[in-house]
Ligand binder design. Structure first.
Ligand SMILES: [Zn+2]
Length: 391
């Protein structure tokens, strides 16, 4: 049997300490550690080879003696205040210290899963771009970074790629992308750091099997199950899969799974329709922009001779849920002209009718004097032509 490597979601130091405390609170015989504790210890020892002893008894002794920051350095996460916790040892007379227990409770209350945390990297980058004075340049930087991820794994010449495209960079290729960003948009070291956060480095020797759906290394030969999100399996998707082999010393950069599952895959349709509109209207001198005003004005903006159309792309399985979400945030929809619904959604019986019936369109009309419309691709192209008076 051929075996493949996977790129798993990596726990942070806080995740590991939280799990360790959780384990400790549940095992009854404090002299015999459960297997999970050995695993956590191994991970910490690999992460902190200078300060974490490879012997588990010594490891626990240190956790009784030294404040955590002396063993692991300062906390990484800025989600909530961990200072008390890091300033004291994990254990006091062989039971969990008070600060550690408080950390455990607090962490449990506020924890987000690792994929969601990775997704937040995109959010932080967007917030960072929005906070800059040079709006126009940061609009370009943000869009270029998103488009780069789409084009690497999912698009070729504007078309979605269903063949196993690999969402992985050669080190050289990635550095070239960063250099190009510096050259085109003069990105700062902070910009660069935030962009690098979307990717993880993997070192050879490794052998990856690439999933046809998420385009990341698969969990095993039959099922992607990538970090428990991708559902693709070989029974349903029989297309051949690409194998990527890394020699010893070879380095690749792989986008974090959370970025792909929460930002890129849901955004594929807006990128596809953007490309379609661009292809259709550019020759008329119409400008088509992605993520206008750093996503504050919808997903796509089309301008022509002083006129402007704003479009939001909404890809929901259930129209009731979409209607409900729009009604809850009517304020976000006041400037929009069209909400674009992908063709594959509208195939299901009365999707558009449910939307028109359940969205509070009258309220939007009362506030703006405009009727928000729900459209598919064909309708959108026709409406843009009509509004811009293009034949
Ligand atoms: Zn997958």
């Amino acid at each position: 049997m051929v075996t493949y490597d996977t790129v798993e979601v990596e726990d942070t130091l806080e995740d590991l300490l939280y799990k360790l405390i959780g384990c400790y609170l549940t095992f009854s015989d404090k002299k015999v550690f459960p297997e999970e504790v050995y695993k956590i210890h191994r991970k910490l020892a690999l992460k902190f080879p200078q300060s974490v002893p490879y012997n588990i008894v010594d490891f626990f002794r240190i956790l009784n003696e030294k404040p955590l920051f002396e063993v692991f350095g300062p906390p990484v996460s800025t989600n909530f205040n961990h200072n008390d916790f890091f300033n004291s040892p994990l254990f006091l007379f062989n039971s969990i210290s008070e600060a550690a227990y408080e950390f455990y409770i607090d962490y449990n209350r506020t924890k987000v899963n690792t994929l969601q945390r990775q997704q937040l990297h995109m959010r932080s980058f967007l917030e960072h771009c929005r906070a800059q004075n040079d709006k126009k340049r940061y609009q370009q930087i943000y869009t270029a970074v998103r488009v780069n991820i789409y084009n690497k794994g999912f698009f070729q010449n504007g078309n979605l790629v269903y063949e196993p495209e690999t969402n992985m960079y050669l080190e050289k290729e990635f550095e070239h992308f960063i250099l190009k960003m510096e050259e085109l948009y003069h990105i700062t070291s902070t910009d660069e750091e935030l962009i690098r956060n979307f990717y993880r480095q993997v070192n050879g020797p490794k052998r990856f099997l690439i999933c046809n759906h998420c385009h990341l290394p698969m969990f095993n030969e039959n099922q992607c199950h990538n970090n428990e999100v991708c559902f693709s399996n070989s029974k349903e998707n029989r297309a051949p899969r690409k194998v990527v082999e890394l020699e010893k010393g070879e380095v690749r950069l792989v986008p974090e799974s959370g970025i792909i599952f929460y930002n890129v895959i849901p955004g594929l349709e807006e990128y596809r329709v953007y490309y379609k509109l661009k292809g259709y209207f550019s020759s008329y001198g119409v400008n088509v922009n992605l993520f206008p005003n750093l996503e504050k004005d919808g997903d796509i903006e089309i301008t022509y001779q002083g006129k402007r159309i704003l479009i939001d792309v909404k890809d929901y399985r259930r129209p009731e849920e979409l209607a409900n979400n729009i009604n809850k945030r009517l304020g976000n929809f006041l400037d929009l002209d069209y909400v674009y619904i992908p063709q594959y959604r509208t195939k299901y019986n009365d999707y558009m009718k449910v939307l028109k019936d359940q969205v509070n369109i009258d309220e939007i009309y009362r506030m703006t004097g405009r009727k928000l419309q729900f459209v598919n691709e064909k309708q959108l192209i026709e409406l843009v032509k009509k509004k811009f008076e293009i034949a």
